[in-house]
Design a binder for this molecule. Structure first.
Ligand SMILES: [Zn+2]
Length: 371
């Protein structure tokens, strides 16, 4: 081989390397605007072994379900120097219905609404259920030195965590109908059940949607008041549906009863759930940053220092619905950490830990963007 040919070969190889380096596995760079690099779904014990600490894996925050929060978990988080946040189930504690069937959501036929895909919600105006959840929220904050609580399943009875959601209209129980008429000064002429649902979703639709959103927002107001009284430095976050207002014919407000702008008065951190693989965007991780960009515009959050409201999306790395290949770890973290996001967490440790290559890729990505 002549020297010229050898040089050409080296050049070609180098060009190939550069091209392949521009693919998804290109290392991420430092992102000073990102304050939180989190893991959702349990204390990642395999990342804490011997001298190895969570910070060595680039992780600085952990989310654990309310029932998994223990004194030991708090002690581990403190020893590791990471933040510990609890996830709190609001209107999805289905076991409550066993002794309180009157708390089940009622559908447009005036009967108990079946749980779509098994996701059972609770009627949002059931006074005793609400009081039960508020007490649990208070106790969680009073007992454990945690850095914040994230609301979960804070929306109407539905199944939306999938590519094709099921969004039944509820709740037309006597309690909700009476409260709606009282609060909005609407008269349903004594109609109940299916007849009431028909007129409510007909000429009273806008008043009904607005009222239902206000009911769910009022829960958030009360959660924030408790948090401020018990542990004022803790953050109130919410895991919520990542759809924009316009998507699926306005389902965010009209079906799920989520009014993000109204909740902004009480929520410190919004965590949309753009699970790209699960929701039909398996080959399009850029969907994540498109959804957070919309949320930023909608809430007036830019992801700059000094903002009181923040956006930290929870992104999908574990296989659910469709698989998330290891090659997508970096693009997912990339799109999850673009402004207006100032933090990110990954879903979910329970399954993710069974894939050491993905855990390694996540650690590499977090270390790269960490400050
Ligand atoms: Zn109801």
């Amino acid at each position: 081989m002549t020297r010229l040919l050898r040089s050409l070969l080296v050049l070609l190889l180098a060009a190939g390397f550069v091209l392949s380096g521009a693919r998804a596995d290109e290392p991420l760079e430092k992102r000073d605007h990102i304050e939180i690099r989190g893991i959702y779904g349990g204390m990642p014990k395999s990342l804490i072994q011997g001298e190895r600490r969570l910070v060595d894996a680039g992780v600085n925050a952990i989310w654990i379900g309310e029932r998994g929060i223990t004194k030991a978990a708090v002690a581990t988080a403190r020893a590791q120097g990471v933040k510990l946040f609890a996830e709190f189930n609001t209107v999805h504690r289905a076991e409550y219905l066993k002794d309180h069937p009157d708390a089940a959501p009622v559908g447009t036929d005036g009967k108990r609404a079946p749980a779509p895909h098994g996701w059972q919600g609770i009627c949002p105006t059931h006074v005793a259920y609400r009081a039960w959840r508020m007490r649990a929220f208070w106790k969680l904050l009073a007992t454990y030195e945690i850095d914040g609580v994230w609301l979960d399943y804070h929306h109407a009875h539905s199944s939306w965590e999938r590519a094709e959601p099921a969004l039944p209209d509820t709740c037309f129980c006597e309690r909700c109908l009476a409260q709606f008429q009282k609060d909005t000064r609407t008269d349903l002429d004594g109609a109940t059940g299916a007849a009431a649902a028909k007129v409510v979703l007909g000429k009273h639709k806008q008043a009904w949607v607005t009222w239902r959103c206000a009911v769910f927002t009022d829960w958030v107001r009360e959660f924030k008041a408790i948090l401020k009284a018990v542990r004022p430095k803790a953050l109130l976050g919410t895991f919520h549906c990542p759809w924009s207002l316009e998507e699926r014919e306005g389902a965010l407000r009209e079906k799920l009863a989520i009014d993000l702008r109204a909740q902004k008065a009480y929520v410190d951190v919004f965590s949309p759930m753009p699970y790209h693989a699960r929701f039909g965007y398996a080959k399009d991780p850029a969907w994540i940053s498109r959804q957070t960009a919309w949320l930023g515009r909608h809430l007036g959050v830019k992801g700059v220092p000094g903002e009181s409201v923040r956006i930290w999306p929870i992104v999908q790395l574990s296989d659910w619905g469709e698989a998330v290949p290891v090659e997508q770890v970096i693009p997912v973290i990339d799109h999850g950490t673009r402004r207006p996001a100032t933090g990110v967490m990954v879903f979910a440790w329970g399954r993710l830990r069974k894939s050491p290559p993905k855990v390694a890729a996540l650690s590499e990505a977090y270390r790269a963007i960490g400050r």
